[in-house]
Design a protein around this ligand. Structure first.
Ligand code: C5P
Length: 217
């Protein structure tokens, strides 16, 4: 148990972007490599958890011992998350697109004036999970911010109804890179971690999760 403190636990992780099709060749998306989420899934499996990784379109190998569900759109991701319940812990790392459009069956042509896109709001998977009947014991969201990182993360924690927010400052080189600078926002305060690799962030976060579950069974 000492080195596998998450044995017997089910951890859900979302990772990567979502792609929202505009037509057969174009889509809307957020920037996300999926690296941080995949590292968290790997770390949770290493600590003994059963892990479901709901992944948007990324080019990363599935970590050993992890059940992966591939999705394209936010609505598919929402359905996959609901289908993976119950879970003890959810760590929502995906950079979910905020909007989708009604996709066209044929490729949009460049004729005359530029086309108008009507954006339709996507479900907020994290917010929905946080208030749902099958809410995991510990729900962790991520917040990518470019300024006033901690203020925005504290506000986001309240708005989303999750337990923790991992806030990362993406004003530098984080996107697609190996390193990450994060602050952990909980009910009791803010911990600012030194800059470390995404693998190190994952291990530290998953150890914190294991501690939390042990302290409040
Ligand atoms: O609102 P914002 O996108 O900044 O929130 C980020 C957090 O919310 C992340 O944990 C992300 O995975 C989650 N999220 C979600 N569904 C959405 C939008 C964001 O689960 N539609």
């Amino acid at each position: 148990v000492a080195d596998r403190p998450l044995a017997g636990r089910h951890v859900l992780v979302t990772a990567g972007p979502t792609h929202e099709p505009i037509d057969p060749v174009r889509y809307l998306a957020n920037r996300s490599s999926g690296r941080q989420g995949f590292a968290i899934a790997r770390a949770a499996a290493t600590l003994g958890a059963r892990v479901t990784l709901v992944a948007g379109p990324v080019t990363l190998p599935t970590p050993a011992g992890v059940d992966r569900v591939d999705v394209q759109t936010a609505r598919e991701m929402a359905a996959a998350v609901a289908g993976a319940m119950p879970a003890d812990v959810a760590v929502m790392v995906a950079a979910v697109a905020d909007w989708h459009v009604a996709p066209l069956d044929q490729k949009l042509k460049k004729t005359g004036s530029p086309p108008a896109l009507t954006l339709i709001e996507n479900p907020d998977i994290l917010a929905r999970l946080s208030v749902g009947a099958d809410r995991p014991r510990l729900v962790v969201g991520f917040a990518a911010e470019t300024e006033r990182v901690i203020d925005h993360a504290v506000a986001k924690r309240g708005r989303k109804g999750c337990d923790w927010i991992v806030a990362n400052d993406v004003s530098g080189d984080v996107m697609g890179g190996a390193d990450n600078s994060v602050h952990l926002v909980t009910a009791t305060g803010v911990e600012s971690w030194e800059t470390m690799t995404k693998d190190e962030v994952a291990i530290r976060l998953v150890r914190r999760i294991a501690d939390e579950l042990r302290e409040r069974p």
